[in-house]
Design a protein around this ligand. Structure first.
Ligand code: PMP
Length: 287
């Protein structure tokens, strides 16, 4: 059975789903996206992803393709039609197909946004073996544009960063700007020192992670100390532990930074505990 995907109001087998060559998402990366995880057939933090999508669209003067309720219904329909137990729902909105290539934005009354959603099945997503051993990260320059708070589909540099990490035998890259870590290629970055969880404060420099918001809330509720400030890669190399968060990796321990092992080189207690709390609490609130 082929995967059923959603394109502009239609549910279609993936082989039949098409987007125009003139779509601005294709020609100009003029699009935004969201990734929502599915555990036990339910959506994790859907409201958060929806709110961030609306913010991304607003920042780019892009029209909303439909209401939040309709988006939820489409997510659920795709999960059901594809029999997803554990996995992801990918959603992308672009400024649509104006029928030609032009730098000027098309008139939103004439060109409707393109809405595409598809599922990715990942059985056992929450029991990822990597969470038991942790990730190794390297550092690379952050040469992305200045509006990283908008979740755009301009993912070439993060993708190159992943390749640099892979080539170096690591799992991901942490991006460095003016000497400080901004975030991972596709996740938010944290270190732990003396029991304190340290992560960069929100600004246009980083994506406002939905998982970050939840994890910091759970950490505070569990009486853990949280410090929102920038940290250097040297500070990270001498941290007690480190981790990253994202909708698909949840809380992923980091055990090595630029070749330096953290602690005993195994996932630390804070990251391990936060992963447990995050999964437990998010599952309870899943829709
Ligand atoms: N930063 C970047 C650059 C990302 O791409 C992502 C994941 N899309 C995140 C952080 C984490 O965000 P979230 O927790 O909402 O998945």
């Amino acid at each position: 059975m082929s995967r059923i995907v959603y394109v502009n109001g239609e549910y279609l087998p993936e082989e039949q789903a098409v987007v125009s060559v003139f779509d601005r998402g294709f020609l100009m990366a003029d699009g935004v996206y969201e990734v929502t995880s599915v555990l036990g057939g339910k959506l994790i933090d859907f409201a958060g992803h929806c709110a961030r999508l609306n913010r991304s669209l607003g920042e780019l003067d892009m029209a909303r393709p439909c209401s939040d309720e309709e988006l939820l219904a489409i997510h659920r329909e795709l999960v059901a039609r594809n029999g997803i137990v554990d996995g992801l729902v990918y959603l992308q909105v672009t400024r649509g197909n104006p029928g030609d290539r032009d730098f000027v934005f098309p008139d939103p009354d004439e060109t409707k946004p393109t809405l595409v959603l598809f599922t990715q099945s990942k059985p056992g997503l929450a029991e990822s073996p990597a969470a038991k051993t942790g990730w190794k990260v390297i550092s690379i320059d952050d040469i992305r544009w200045g509006r990283r708070d908008i979740k755009t589909t301009q993912l070439l540099y993060p993708s190159m960063g992943k390749m640099m990490a892979k080539k170096a035998g690591a799992d991901d890259a942490w991006l460095i700007e003016d000497g400080f870590v901004t975030e991972g290629t596709s996740n938010n970055a944290y270190i732990v020192k003396g029991g304190r969880i340290i992560t960069r404060a929100l600004s246009n420099d980083i994506l406002h992670g939905i998982t970050r918001a939840a994890v910091l809330r759970f950490a505070s509720e569990a009486q853990m100390q949280v410090e929102e400030r920038s940290f250097t890669i040297d500070e990270a190399k001498t941290a007690d532990e480190a981790f990253v968060t994202s909708a698909s990796a949840f809380v992923m321990p980091v055990v090595e930074v630029d070749g330096a092992a953290l602690g005993d080189g195994r996932p630390g207690p804070v990251a391990t505990r936060l992963r447990e709390i995050y999964l437990e609490e998010s599952l309870k609130a899943a829709v």
